[in-house]
Design a protein around this ligand. Structure first.
Ligand SMILES: C[S@@+](CC[C@H](N)C(=O)[O-])C[C@H]1O[C@@H](n2cnc3c(N)ncnc32)[C@H](O)[C@@H]1O
Length: 370
């Protein structure tokens, strides 16, 4: 698939004073302008979307046909099947057929194996310039030294499947794989599609050029997906030389400290966007609240991991017990962490068909809005 001609010169890479590399506009643009268009260097359909979206073009399709060998991936037509065979399925088909039971995070191991294989075929990066678009995954920021224990444990749990995906290739040491895992967390995009009730994430992808876009809590650009093709579009008037930014999360309207805690815990950086700097300067010092929120963010991450594993072990009681920390916390009822965690609990109650508890949870979620 050819990517249409959006000149790369609409933005250029510069070394920023506070956030590593960043993209700046080379001219002024009006809202809606597409300033970057790109196909992913690796991507996989998320496990829970499998069967509704083509594994190659990522378009929704009701007549997908499964690969007759692995009986796992599916395509909307022959041409997508051929495209995916050349892209990655030739190396993955045998392993996908072999792996049983298939873990809920199989797509994460798949994505990682695609990147490791790709990297092993690229010449090591010798480029010193920090003002060029990256051309290989090892040029992306990884933050792997900062990964939390939960994330490190998750990586360890992926290793067994990862080795099966990679056993037939001649590869670098597994010690370099953690760096690659960090790079997927730091630079991975959720590829979105319009579902019945709004946007849904259908796949995980890594885009080399779009990885240069930094976060702002008051962004001037947004991402638009068409299948696997990503576009970065302006959402306001921008000036020449201004930094191009997107939001890494949807909660940009949350209070400053909550946003900072979220980015610190999930993305491993302290946000230095203009909005945060201005708001922090205006805030009264109040370290306690951030500590509490960081603690809750941490246990939310653990809960999310345990949910993944409870899908295999079916140990739901243990997972529901974990929610107690949140449900008994002294945060206000409409606090985003409480709402997010109750939403997870609601999903679990529905999965185990505990309808009474699901109704209770649903009431707690909607109460602040009534
Ligand atoms: C997807 S990368 C963006 C490109 C990155 N600046 C680089 O040089 O590769 C995300 C990383 O950029 C930095 N970053 C992005 N937005 C930031 C912000 N608002 N404040 C501070 N650092 C930021 C953080 O180091 C983060 O881990």
């Amino acid at each position: 698939m050819a990517v249409s001609a959006i000149p790369m010169e609409y933005v250029r890479v510069v070394k920023s004073a506070t956030c590593g590399r960043s993209l700046v506009f080379t001219s002024k643009f009006a809202p809606g302008q597409c300033i970057l268009e790109e196909l992913p260097c690796a991507y996989t359909v998320k496990n829970d979307r499998r069967g509704s979206f083509c594994d190659f073009c990522l378009k929704k399709c009701s007549t997908l046909k499964k690969c007759s060998r692995c009986n796992y991936v599916s395509y909307c037509n022959k041409s997508c099947q051929i495209g995916d065979w050349a892209r990655c399925h030739k190396q993955e088909c045998k392993t996908l057929k072999k792996i049983h039971p298939r873990p809920p995070d199989l797509h994460v191991a798949q994505l990682l194996s695609q990147l490791i294989r790709k990297q092993s075929k690229s010449a090591p990066c010798t480029q010193e310039d920090e003002d060029c678009f990256p051309t290989t995954v090892d040029q992306l920021e990884s933050n792997h030294e900062k990964l939390s224990d939960t994330k490190r444990n998750h990586f360890e749990s992926l290793l067994c499947v990862l080795k099966q995906f990679l056993e037939e290739d001649v590869l670098a040491e597994p010690s370099s794989w953690l760096k690659m895992y960090g790079a997927t967390l730091c630079n991975g995009f959720s590829i979105m599609d319009y579902g019945l009730y709004g946007l849904i994430d259908i796949a995980n992808g890594v885009y080399l050029r779009a990885s240069m876009v930094n976060h702002s809590c008051d962004p001037n650009c947004a991402l638009v997906f068409d299948g696997r093709k990503l576009q970065v579009r302006t959402v306001k008037d921008v000036k020449e030389g201004e930094e191009c930014t997107i939001s890494y999360f949807t909660a940009v309207n949350y209070p400053t400290k909550e946003r900072q805690a979220f980015l610190d815990h999930v993305h491993y950086f302290t946000c230095k966007c203009v909005k945060c700097i201005e708001e922090i300067n205006a805030l009264e010092p109040d370290a306690g609240l951030t500590e509490e929120i960081l603690g809750l963010e941490k246990s939310k991450e653990e809960i999310e991991m345990q949910i993944q594993f409870a899908l295999i072990t079916k140990d739901w009681t243990k997972v529901l017990q974990k929610f107690e920390t949140y449900l008994r916390s002294c945060l206000p009822a409409h606090h985003y962490l409480l709402v997010e965690v109750r939403d997870l609990a609601f999903g679990i109650c529905c999965t185990i068909e505990s309808w009474g508890k699901a109704a209770q949870m649903g009431q707690l979620i909607t109460k602040p809005n009534r």
